[in-house]
Design a protein around this ligand. Sequence first.
Ligand code: PMP
Length: 417
Amino acid sequence: MSATASLAAPRPAFDAARVRRDFPILEQRVNGRPLVYLDSAASGQRPLPVLRAVERYETHCHANVHRGVHALSQAATEAFEGARERVRRFINAASVREIVFVRGTTEAINLVAQSFGRPRLAPGEEILITALEHHANIVPWQMVCEQTGATLKVAPIDRRGELVLDRFLELLSPRTRVVAVAQVSNALGTVLPVKQITDAAHARGAVVLIDGAQAIPHSRIDVRELGCDFYAFSGHKLYGPTGIGVLYGREELLAAMPPWQGGGDMIRTVSFEKTTYNDLPWKFEAGTPNISGAVGLAAAMDYVKDLGLAAIAGHEQRLLELATAGLARIAGIRIIGTAVRKASVLSFTMEGCHPHDLGTILDAEGVAIRTGHHCAMPVMTFFDIPATARASFGCYNTEEDVEALLAALAKAREVFG
Ligand code: PMP
């Protein structure tokens, strides 16, 4: 450490209690108890700067984008295209032409499957995914396989919920055209080595899509450093609005892809004989977009940047460790997903108690967790369970939240004997 660094004042600890005050929704009581929100992996809550940015836009700036010469339309266009530039900076894309606004991760992956995959894939060619994918990164590929005769290959996971990298590398072949993997598993919390995966896939000539839905709120994403071809994420997992998300695509690939949906805004000229398409990224944005959603998403990006993504991740890791240690002390709890590198997602089962019953008991205590298959049914099948209970942490969660979770689980344990 340099002399200057060692003399520098220590960074103040992450002040989650202060962060929490930015999220008015967390102030309410549920079933007579203070709300303990542990479902951020399903959807994050929105801080005041996001709510205010959306309100400001809706109150003062709204009109349709791109088509108007009047002042409001120009203000709306500026807000929308300005948001695109902030997204570009947030993930360090080379150009705004590489930032396509979509409804969310699901739509982004479907767009790539249909616009990149469908015209290119042929029988005998392969798409490689992993066994821990969310349905959003399984079903669109199954659909395109049905349409083209291509084959879906699945790299296995082990009992810890980690990708078996050797098997993944063996499954990569000259027939592999697309590799599509999650950066973080929503059901298990596993962090995948996406840079290594990307490099290996590229060495075989495959194109790589990363499902960043669960990674984006916990880590700094630099798409150029990752080297991926496509990166998909949703605004609502990043403390932004629902109904807005991003597909990043390398310009060269997006430029060669046909439009996905047809309609207004994605065209340059239309006649009954021939239609020509708009430039990137609008070629992929048919119809009136979610303008206030984009504005809210950009505000959410500014918000997490101000808090510091590394500081958020460090705080969440501490909560994850605390909760993991606490769960180990409760009889009959089995943690599902024990990878060495995990994001702040904690899936578990309690012996003698169905996860849904557990969720209901916890809700009565004001503790909101998610129960079910988490849109990852193959993961449940692999672990031979119907469902899990899942607690997930965000920037606003505190050690008191973890204590409330553990106390509610201890109560459930008593109820179920
Ligand atoms: N992939 C992963 C890993 C997810 O966690 C989710 C959301 N649960 C999705 C994809 C789909 O995101 P959305 O529903 O916002 O399209």
